[in-house]
Design a protein around this ligand. Structure first.
Ligand code: NI
Length: 177
């Protein structure tokens, strides 16, 4: 293994997509990732791990049920295991995250969250926005989306998330753009 410093800004400069964490390094079986965020995610909780969020650039507000926490560059917050939260940004945010055990794939993390969100409100704009993102991520067409989201009877499935749960879908504000 090379002995050299890891440059967070440099890693962030290598991609431009939002909500798609990229690997930086590993620590005790956890992955450390960098991610660009813009806009609002969905309410969710991590059932088997705390989540560390460190802002590198921009301003991130972590909405919690009992109040908001706003992070500026150089500030971090740990979302305790099982606590509902919903990130929302002011402009674009660059961030370092430590979350998943390596066995759990990050795409899976977002897919589950996105999936439940989509299922909760398949017709709303936010739902379509995340479906579009999901299609892009997995290079799916609409047939693939239906195959993965809808059961044989045509009803939207409600799979048990892999340690991720979303709450009060109806309370998620819909941003039109
Ligand atoms: Ni989270």
């Amino acid at each position: 293994m090379a002995s050299e410093a890891l440059d967070i800004a440099e890693r962030l400069s290598l991609f431009f997509e939002h909500w798609q964490p990229k690997a930086l390094t590993r620590l005790n079986g956890y992955e450390i990732k960098v991610v660009r965020l813009e806009g609002e995610f969905v309410w969710h909780a991590h059932q088997d791990t705390d989540e560390l969020l460190l802002v590198v650039a921009g301003e991130l507000t972590i909405q919690l049920r009992d109040g908001n926490v706003t992070l500026n560059p150089g500030q971090l917050f740990i979302v305790p295991q099982g606590v509902e939260h919903c990130p929302i940004t002011e402009g674009e945010v660059h961030m370092l995250i430590r979350l998943s055990r390596i066995r759990r794939d990050w795409a899976n993390y977002f897919r589950q969250a996105v999936c439940k969100h989509t299922l909760g409100s398949p017709e709303n704009v936010a739902g379509h926005r995340v479906i579009r993102w999901w299609k892009h991520l997995h290079r799916w067409n609409w047939k693939d989306v239906r195959r993965h989201l809808a059961g044989p009877n045509g009803r939207w499935r409600r799979p048990t998330a892999d340690g991720i749960e979303l709450f009060n879908i109806a309370s998620v504000p819909v941003t039109r753009y």
